[in-house]
Design a protein around this ligand. Structure first.
Ligand code: ARG
Length: 610
């Protein structure tokens, strides 16, 4: 299946070409349904370039345009917009082509893969080790995973790299500190747990900040580590293993997979990077440090702003390892696109590193380097997110809290209350936790549902926000059963599945005969929404914006509610004649499958019941 938007774009492009007109067909979904489903704004630019008024150009394009198989005859509106309205016959034909259960491509709803697959590296999560993951790592992990899933779905080869901070002063500091104060810990590294490591880190850091001699000792230890001293490496490895064990317990719960390839991985590559920069004259000394100067970067005073790639003490820094990372990703992994999912606070760092990589010729025109920056997570009150003691909030405790809250929402039967607003829905509502408890669902089963709902709520809430904006972490809002939330979406999915059960149909093996019948406005609106899924994925991938997908899924579930509503919509289970009933059940099935696939691209598992 192709996206309708791409289909119309190709048709307009063909009409323009037939007239010798250049430019983009500029087809977009209409913002106002009164003007149809799609519109093309190409006539303005084409008229500017080729002469004539935009309306004349638009009329000329219409003369050459062949869309009779999909649209009502298009018209020209306003200064020269071309409006398209899809016909029910086209909707029925397109949706009718979506493979049914068991047919090839059914799990991807028949959506085409890209014709130009590339190697994409997504740099995600990437916490600094020796500390527990905190709330700040949530976004990078969840957004990075979603972007990776969308690009994988399109058919790209995605490599997900966890660029952990495992190689810096903090490790020298920790080793030096334990040697000095708790040598017994070093004798029994197997017993080390992340909480101890974090506590030692805090103590070590405080000593580091007030004791010059200790600071010096720490720095010497880092040098020993980087030179490969066996004993220091042994301790360092134990620290990293324990930290990563903790991180992976979180990734597993979040269902995020990635490869650990932290800063230490590039240790041997960094000197080569420096050599290449010097050999080719791209770096020069300034105040004892080796720097790259790129056009367009200035200090506040207007002086050239250096990117330091080797400190005056000879050590490498964050920029050096990121340059080595770029070299590895492009030259060894063959990446054509590298996406860094890192907070917007690091924008300048990435702008400068990318500019240096371009200057050095490592990233040519065919390679995209993109910093996908995101805003902060704030507390529910809007203040910076801190514990009562002023510490950072641990990601694990936030996840646990969301799961516990999800369980109490389910137990209190909140889902029933939400569904009660719509009589018909209440009649067909899926079993809820409260029912389940009565129906003898085990405590383990309840826990599993709460785990899925609680973590889905955190993810969905994060992804549903505009990336660059800060947002408030508000459990009440994200666990609400109505609104643009995970519980609402999961509930919508479970509800459609329940309709299948009530109709005596197993959607997992549903292979309906006969075509789709689209007559009622609610049926047509739902069909249009279903057909927009393919282009929504294209758009979310092109802009790297997960909220394009959440907005779509929310809209789809609202269209479904209208379709299924007793007053505004149509009968389904008891619809007559049988052909109409099957067609409507098929729309239910398509809705459930679209929601399920869409949520899976957000990294969210659906539930049969909740
Ligand atoms: N470890 C870094 C931090 O916590 C983030 C690393 C992001 N990735 C990168 N290639 N620089 O700030």
């Amino acid at each position: 299946m192709r996206s309708t938007l791409r289909e119309l774009s190709d048709r307009v492009a063909a009409a323009m070409a037939a007239l010798g007109l250049e430019g983009d067909p500029l087809v977009r979904p209409s913002t106002d349904p009164r003007f149809g489903d799609y519109q093309s704004n190409c006539a303005m630019g084409a008229a500017r370039r080729a002469g004539g008024t935009p309306r004349e150009v638009a009329e000329a394009i219409l003369g050459k345009l062949d869309v009779a198989d999909c649209c009502e005859p298009p018209d020209v509106a306003g200064p020269g917009f071309i409006n398209f309205r899809l016909t029910p016959a086209f909707l029925a034909r397109s949706l009718g082509r979506v493979p049914t259960a068991g047919e090839p491509g059914a799990e991807r709803l028949g959506i085409d893969r890209t014709d130009h697959p590339t190697v994409v590296v997504v740099d995600l999560s990437s916490p600094n080790l020796a500390k527990e993951m905190h709330v700040g790592h949530l976004r990078s992990t969840v957004i990075g995973d979603c972007v990776a899933r969308i690009l994988e779905f399109q058919g790209h080869h995605v490599i997900r790299e966890n660029h952990v901070g495992d190689w810096g002063t903090q490790f020298g500091m920790l080793v030096a500190y334990l040697r000095r104060t708790r040598p017994n810990v070093l004798d029994d590294l197997d017993r080390l747990v992340i909480a101890d490591l974090e506590a030692f880190y805090v103590e070590a850091k405080s000593l580091f900040d007030r004791d010059e001699a200790f600071k010096k000792q720490s720095q010497e230890t880092v040098v020993r580590l980087q030179r490969g001293d066996a004993e220091t490496l042994r301790i360092w490895r134990a620290f990293c293993n324990e930290s990563l064990r903790h991180c992976h317990a979180i990734y597993e719960r979040l269902n995020v997979s990635l490869i650990d390839r932290g800063e230490s991985f590039y240790n041997d590559l960094m000197p080569q990077v420096i050599d290449r920069l010097m050999r080719d004259g791209h770096a020069r000394e300034s105040d004892g440090a080796l720097c790259v100067f790129c056009d367009g970067f200035q200090t506040r005073e207007g002086a050239p702003l250096p990117l330091i790639v080797r400190k005056s003490d000879g050590g490498y820094n964050y920029a050096t390892s990121d340059l080595a990372t770029i070299v590895h990703r492009i030259e060894t992994l063959g990446a054509r696109r590298v996406i860094y999912v890192v907070g917007i606070a690091q924008k300048l760092h990435f702008d400068m590193v990318f500019a240096a990589a371009r200057k050095a010729g490592w990233a040519g025109e065919g390679v995209a380097l993109e910093h996908l920056g995101f805003g902060n997570v704030l507390s529910a009150s809007g203040a910076p997110f801190k514990t009562r003691e002023g510490g950072t909030v641990k990601l694990k405790s936030l996840m646990d809290e969301a799961v516990a809250r999800a369980r109490s929402v389910l137990e209190s039967g909140g889902v029933i209350a939400a569904a009660g607003a719509d009589e018909d829905a209440a009649a067909d509502r899926p079993a809820t936790g409260a029912d389940a408890a009565r129906a003898g669902m085990t405590s383990q089963e309840m826990d599993d549902i709460a785990e899925t709902v609680g973590l889905a709520a955190i993810k969905y809430f994060d992804l549903q926000h505009n990336l660059v904006k800060d947002y408030k972490f508000d459990l009440d809002t994200m666990l609400a059963l109505d609104g643009n939330t995970a519980p609402y979406m999961l509930y919508a999915c479970a509800r459609v599945r329940a309709i299948g059960r009530k109709a005596g149909i197993d959607f997992d093996s549903f292979c309906p005969e006969g075509g789709l019948v689209l007559e009622h406005p609610a049926e047509i609106a739902l069909a249009k929404s279903l057909l927009r899924f393919a282009e929504t994925i294209d758009q979310a991938a092109a802009d790297l914006r997960p909220n394009v997908l959440t907005d779509y899924l929310y809209d789809l579930s609202k269209q479904f509610s209208r379709f299924y509503d007793r007053k505004q919509g149509v009968r389904v289970i008891d619809a007559e004649p049988p052909g109409v009933r099957v067609s409507r059940l098929r729309l239910c099935d398509l809705t459930a499958r679209t929601l399920k696939l869409g949520l899976s691209l957000l990294g969210i598992r659906t539930l049969e019941r909740m």
